[in-house]
Design a protein around this ligand. Structure first.
Ligand SMILES: Nc1ncnc2c1ncn2[C@@H]1O[C@H](COP(=O)(O)OP(=O)(O)OP(=O)(O)O)[C@@H](O)[C@H]1O
Ligand SMILES: [Mg+2]
Length: 374
């Protein structure tokens, strides 16, 4: 993240100190504003919204603590990071009081200019990250609400449509049946979305409890394929499972691994063109010093594929690629994020490769025996 010439507001009641700092900062990549009192600081902070305030503690009338309280109380300056300037010897009490009041950092006099610049830069960077995080959070919320509204709106209008004829005691007709099916589908979509959200927040909070047992990953693949077979068949997609002989059992959570299969396969179902093909190949990979013995599953499908620049972010939550626009797929971009969290929790690895228009391959590799979990 590039940080360009931040503005520092320096507050000190001693003119000479300000002059010295101004001189020292002249050739540095910062812009300096100066204030000779707490009052002046409040005025300049509100007017210029500097990136950082360097605030002397000992000042007549309004001292640094008092000034900081006012800064924090005003909407215009509440979020500006403050570095406290303490007396020559490290004054533990002042530092503690300052940090309690919400100063981000402190420096002792005499000021080391390089240190001031480093601290300023890191505070500015931190602030930028906070702002970005807030924005991303707001985007997530907006997207989520949007995703929840459309199926819910659908269900609500279907219920309205059904209400009158049913209240009049009319017999259920084909058209009613169709409406009920759409309502059911929309409700399922909504439920899936809510479940994904809940899983994701639970997993991200580090609360993925794995119910480990020794499982045959080929059997899991087979079960998920059977469950999804009707959907693949309907789209004319050929699905094939290739298992290496004598696969070792792996210590893993069967439900979570099933979820990885069903998320990747549901993408394959969405993004493979009709009459295309999906292959699942599971094999042992040679033992290595880091992960020991592993089992690797490769799921490949023909179809639109993923652009190279999208590959880097495809496992992040809410990231959807061009494929999902092309097929106008319903989805939220949570499926792969959940896969990655699950595979990571198993100390495994998941990767994606794609040659757009031809072949897309998702590979996840799981250790047969997990490294000791902390
Ligand atoms: N097999 C694939 N072929 C082409 N693009 C894919 C494939 N799998 C995933 N993608 C791309 O990766 C994006 C993210 O996938 P992910 O499963 O996380 O989200 P989603 O399928 O869009 O929504 P959700 O899984 O939450 O319903 C998809 O939107 C799509 O652009
Ligand atoms: Mg998906």
């Amino acid at each position: 993240m590039e940080v360009t010439n931040p503005t520092i507001l320096i507050v000190d009641d001693t003119e000479d100190n300000l002059d010295l700092l101004e001189f020292a900062l002249k050739r540095k990549p910062v812009r300096m504003l100066r204030a000779g009192s707490g009052k002046e600081c409040l005025r300049l902070a509100a007017q210029y919204h500097p990136d950082v305030i360097l605030l002397d503690i000992q000042m007549p009338e309004m001292d640094g603590f008092e000034t900081l309280k006012h800064l924090r109380a005003s909407r215009k300056s509440a979020d500006i990071p403050v570095i406290f300037l303490t007396a020559q010897r490290k004054d533990a009490l002042s530092i503690e009081q300052g940090l309690l009041l919400g100063a981000e950092e402190y420096l002792t006099k005499p000021i080391d200019i390089d240190e001031l610049l480093v601290r300023t830069r890191s505070l500015v960077r931190l602030k930028k990250m906070e702002v970005e995080l807030e924005r991303t959070k707001a985007d997530f919320m907006a997207m989520l609400i949007h995703d929840m509204r459309s199926p819910l709106g659908g269900v609500s209008s279907i219920l309205e449509l059904l209400e009158e004829p049913l209240l009049r005691g009319e017999a259920v007709q084909e058209v009613h049946r169709e409406l009920l099916t759409s309502a059911e589908e929309a409700t399922k979509r909504l439920l899936n979305l809510i479940n994904d959200m809940l899983d994701l927040s639970k997993y991200e909070a580090g609360k993925m409890n794995l119910n480990r047992e020794y499982i045959h990953i080929g059997k899991i693949a087979d079960r998920i394929i059977k469950q999804m077979h009707p959907q693949f068949k309907q789209k004319g997609i050929h699905i094939q499972l290739g298992l290496e002989d004598n696969l070792p059992l792996i210590s893993a959570d069967a439900n979570k691994i099933s979820q990885v299969f069903s998320n990747i396969l549901s993408n394959a179902l969405k993004f493979t063109s009709p009459n295309g093909a999906v292959h699942i190949d599971i094999k042992k990979i040679p033992e290595n010093a880091v992960a020991g013995e592993c089992v690797q599953t490769a799921i490949s499908n023909s179809g639109i594929g993923i652009h190279p620049q999208e590959l880097a972010t495809i496992f992040e939550r809410y990231k959807q690629g061009i494929a999902s626009e092309i097929v106008m797929a319903k989805g939220t971009g949570l499926g792969l994020a959940i896969c990655k969290l699950i595979v990571d929790a198993h100390s495994g690895r998941i990767t994606a490769e794609s040659e757009p228009g031809k072949l897309t391959v998702f590979r996840f590799t799981l250790p047969v025996n997990p490294p000791t979990e902390g």
